[in-house]
Design a protein. Structure first.
Length: 434
């Protein structure tokens, strides 16, 4: 059997083009087969589960040494967002390794984590090592669209595969975030919910030259204007409170989230670049993104519609709905076009402590902080099985790497040394987690 290091595994995966164009247009099957082959050759049996032709998921279970402990889910998506080669320095599906850096779509989101996971469990299998907890590996389709063909399909159609799992880890956490010479490692412990809305205004259709006080376009525009101008109130969830406190400690900024007169915007200012980790999660948000009405300039249409991208913090769903109803007003109706739950996992859990310890073991100067993700991941789908989700795909990045900009960005890339660090951290965590 060929020895493959993590960079080769990640490069191979990047070369398998799994672009997800949305609406069902993607083919993950070759990537799922690749994963099954790499695990199969070390004796780990993989089930391939196809939700539609080509939309393939790969799931395996590694039996732990202590059957009394709950299982741990490690999941990673196999699809990637589109990349136009025209804007790139190297071809986005070349998987080229140049000067110690691996380039390509999926290098950080998230074929890196898939490769790191494969690398750890392959080395375990070869050494005859077993973890304490059962570890379920799930490599999924369709995360970059709705998850319907991937994690959603697995959670709804094959819950038995995840029997006993209480917690899961996946993307968007455990990476280096540089602030003034300090290295923060944010671990995802919550996610805002998705609330995509359709607004519909109905009015009286008529000639564009005639007076019309019941114009659907104007009513929709008023509603959209009110939503866009609304300043959502600060709502500090337990995860965001913990994030602000621990970032403050790491950066020498005094943050007392219990103060009744706490000025969160002033605190964000003091956190400097670290504010980017929290600013989108101290409030709900609702951004108008699409408008549609009319077919001719001299005809007033009877209907106008708009769409709004809303994001909702855990525990604020009711308030969000009430506020939207007030903002759109009586002339406009609204409904959910797509909705996903917010998530929250404890930051004082033994599992969170194990992740922190694994990071500090490999980077003694790591300041590990929890954070709430502004958007969502497959963890939302697996939460339906009662699995708590953490964002933990460890990478040690040099200061010039802007991780946030590389996500879905042009010239997505990752240093090979970052992947090797990730393998060491994951190995420790998955071995030690109790
Ligand atoms: Zn992703």
């Amino acid at each position: 059997m060929a020895e493959l290091d993590v960079a080769e595994l990640a490069s191979d995966l990047i070369r398998i083009d799994t672009t997800n164009r949305g609406g069902g247009d993607c083919r993950e099957r070759p990537a799922a087969e690749y994963v099954a082959e790499r695990l199969g050759e070390v004796g780990i049996e993989v089930r391939l589960l196809e939700s539609a032709p080509g939309r393939t998921n790969a799931v395996a279970r590694i039996a732990g040494s202590d059957p009394d402990r709950p299982g741990l889910l490690v999941h990673g998506h196999l699809d990637v967002v589109p990349a136009d080669p025209a804007g790139w320095s190297v071809h986005p599906f070349s998987g080229e390794i140049r000067d110690g850096v691996l380039w390509g779509r999926g290098a950080v989101d998230m074929k890196n984590m898939v490769a790191m996971t494969l690398s750890v469990v392959r080395s375990w299998a070869q050494a005859g090592h077993r973890p304490r907890r059962d570890i379920v590996l799930a490599f999924t389709a369709d995360e970059e669209d709705t998850g319907r063909y991937g994690a959603g399909y697995l959670a709804d159609g094959h819950p038995d595969l995840f029997e006993g799992c209480t917690e899961g880890i996946s993307e968007s956490g455990g990476y280096t975030f540089h602030v003034d010479g300090r290295r923060l490692y944010p671990i995802g412990a919550a996610e805002r919910g998705t609330a995509w809305l359709t607004l519909t205004a109905r009015g009286t259709a008529g000639h564009g030259s005639k007076p019309n006080r019941d114009n659907a376009v104007a009513a929709l525009a008023d509603a959209v204007h009110r939503i866009a101008g609304y300043q959502w109130p600060v709502r500090l969830t337990p995860t965001v409170r913990a994030a602000l406190t621990r970032m403050g400690e790491a950066l020498g900024v005094e943050v007392d989230t219990d103060r009744p007169d706490l000025d969160v915007d002033a605190v964000l200012e003091q956190l400097g670049p670290a504010r980017r980790l929290v600013e989108s999660t101290v409030r709900n948000s609702a951004n108008p993104t699409m408008l549609s009405a009319g077919y001719k300039v001299n005809v007033i249409p009877g209907e106008a519609t708009g769409q709004v991208d809303g994001r909702v913090l855990p525990g604020t769903e009711e308030e969000f709905e009430k506020t939207i109803t007030e903002l759109v007003g009586p002339r406009v109706d609204w409904q959910y076009y797509h909705r996903e739950v917010p998530l929250s996992a404890p930051v004082d859990s033994p599992t969170f402590a194990s992740m922190s310890a694994a990071l500090r073991a490999e980077d003694p100067d790591a300041h590990v902080v929890p954070y709430c993700m502004g958007g969502g991941t497959d963890a939302k789908q697996f939460s339906r099985l009662g699995i708590l989700g953490y964002g933990f795909a460890p990478l040690k990045l040099p200061p010039e790497f802007d991780y946030g900009a590389l996500f879905h960005g042009v010239d997505e890339r990752v240093p090979v040394s970052a992947l090797e660090f990730g393998v060491r951290v994951l190995d420790r965590f998955l071995t030690d987690v109790a």
